[in-house]
Design a protein around this ligand. Structure first.
Ligand code: GAP
Length: 520
């Protein structure tokens, strides 16, 4: 991660804590690694993201309904889904630092370093040759670049083979051959590489033997698969139809870092779309476009999103891609879109002995539907919004503003924790009472923040820092003509309008309904 990006992430983390968005879990005990709590402002932002997703999925699509399945499921679920046998990451420990790493990530980082070396050679040559520099020719002929590229290709091929064949000895040999050092101890004193299952387990009931072992779900999707027929029959759903769900998932990530990007307890917003076999690629393409549009409508910048196709498909998929977002640490997965075939339903049929088929009254046939899945991490969505909204600005000379710089969160207004701050200019002369009247007028429609301490400039700063899109100031003129000033967060522009016009002016600008209209 480049220095600027590292700094940005650090600043976002500090800001999130200082302004009640995200706290480390159980902080008074020094926190719990890769687990976080959402504070008073964080929970509002999170709920607004959920509402935007839920309404888009279930309200805007009359063939999608929601469920809320339990986190605990029958343990055979995870045998059928393949998680017990195959939801593994290869891990390796450094014997000196006692730190644990994902072996594939160590190799990928080493490959990344070789790629950086090639970039450096290219930069050096570009400077040396100036306008005459031909990058393509240089890359194809320079001995050092060719040597690095050969090593990169070999390492990639060996990594892929080791992962595919589940060959952990080959993985260890690759770490040795690439001469990878532990970033902490600096030594090459590695243990063997072992597969590590990412599911958390616990015991149900009072007898602590293996028969009672159950898992905390590592994805919400299986709660949808096992309820497929319940929903289809009771909802009289006709294929194609979808089931949506928002809920917690748990993974014992080996390398849990980068704040809320990779957590051990996180939330997913998943939708399984059940289709007729043979039509899945058509629906896969449709859902790719729909989901991209949903993201881009938020206004965080269209160039911050891109598709990334999976080259190594999971055993259950016949097509898969990520929607990546330009996070402070670079483009990374935000959402997965997977064509999961009929793998899950068929496997649950096999393990449960129950039929999970759909009767198609048009063709008079029963079949196991194919599934197209969309799965977005709620916490990653949160990070994408927070990090992109965080801005440090110079504001010298702006009227009524405090200081010469500000930190502002330009959160999309529909997602902001508070939509309006109601601020009496001073506490006396009946302005507080008037402000309370304004609060009472607006609070049924908007989440409003009331604040009467400090100078107005300082109060604007605090509202900027939590991303409140509108500040309404009540001054002495308000008592005379019922007008207020309304200040817009991003432009800091102020305008005087009648109290009765506030609601109508703001409603459209801050409503999720308007966002939803734009997506469709
Ligand atoms: N049901 C499919 C599934 O779970 P996934 O790609 O493993 O697919 C889907 O996860 C999404 O969940 C990811 O795109 C990411 O946004 C989020 N996610 C996965 N692991 C996560 C973690 N450890 N912390 C935060 N979010 C995570």
């Amino acid at each position: 991660m480049a220095n600027d990006s590292e700094n940005l992430l650090k600043k976002v983390i500090a800001h999130a804590k200082e302004y009640g968005f995200i706290f480390p879990s159980s902080e008074i005990y020094d926190g719990l690694s890769a687990v976080y709590d959402y504070g008073q402002n964080g929970v509002e932002l999170k709920n607004n993201i959920k509402e935007y997703w839920w309404k888009f999925m279930t309200q805007m699509h009359d063939n999608i309904v929601g469920i809320d399945a339990a986190i605990f499921m029958h343990p055979t679920t995870w045998k059928a889904s393949g998680h017990v046998d195959a939801f593994n990451d290869p891990m390796v420990d450094n014997k000196d630092s006692k730190k644990r790493y994902r072996a594939d990530v160590l190799v990928e980082d080493a490959i990344g370093k070789m790629e950086e070396k090639i970039e450096k050679e290219i930069d050096k040559a570009a400077k040396r040759f100036g306008d005459a520099f031909n990058k393509e020719q240089f890359v194809q002929t320079n001995a050092r670049v060719l040597e690095y590229q050969k090593k990169i290709d070999e390492a990639n091929a060996r990594l892929k083979e080791a992962m595919n064949k589940n060959d952990m000895a080959a993985m260890k040999q690759l770490i040795v051959d690439l001469e990878i050092n532990d970033p902490i101890s600096g030594t090459k004193n590695w243990t063997d590489v072992r597969q590590f299952n990412l599911m958390f387990s616990t015991e149900m009931g009072s007898v602590a033997d293996d028969a009672n072992k159950i898992y905390l779900r590592p994805e919400t999707a299986q709660g949808i698969f096992v309820n497929f027929l319940n929903v289809q029959k009771t909802g009289r759903m006709k294929i194609p139809f979808g089931i949506a769900q928002i809920g917690k998932a748990f993974r014992n990530e080996i390398v849990a870092r980068q704040f809320i990007f990779r957590m051990r307890e996180f939330e997913q917003m998943e939708m399984q779309f059940f289709v007729k076999p043979g039509t899945e690629m058509e629906w896969y393409e449709k859902w790719k476009q729909k989901r991209m549009k949903w993201h881009q409508t938020l206004g965080l910048g269209e160039n911050n999103y891109r598709f990334h196709d999976h080259l190594n498909l999971a055993h259950y998929a016949n097509a898969a891609c990520d929607i990546q977002f330009n996070f402070p640490m670079g483009f990374k997965e935000l959402e997965g879109i997977h064509s999961r075939t009929d793998f899950d339903l068929k496997s649950h049929e096999k393990f449960s002995g129950k039929k999970l088929q759909y009767f198609d009254s048009e063709s008079n046939q029963s079949y196991v539907p194919f599934v197209v899945e969309t799965s977005v991490g709620l916490d990653r969505m949160f990070l994408s919004v927070l990090a992109t909204s965080y801005k440090e600005e110079k504001i010298a000379g702006a009227e009524g503003e405090a200081g010469s710089e500000r930190v502002v969160l330009s959160i999309p207004p529909a997602l902001a924790p508070y939509k309006i701050a109601v601020l009496p200019l001073v506490k006396k002369d009946g302005l507080s009472e008037k402000a309370e009247e304004v609060m009472n007028l607006l609070k049924h429609d908007f989440r409003c923040y009331y604040e009467d301490k400090d100078t107005i400039g300082r109060r604007y700063r605090r509202m900027d820092a939590i991303g409140t899109p509108y500040c309404i100031t009540i001054d002495h003129q308000t008592l005379q003509d019922n007008s207020v000033t309304i200040r817009e967060r991003d432009t800091m522009r102020q305008e005087r309008i009648s109290i009765t016009a506030v609601r109508e002016k703001i409603q459209k600008l801050v409503s999720i309904t308007e966002l939803l209209k734009k997506v469709s």
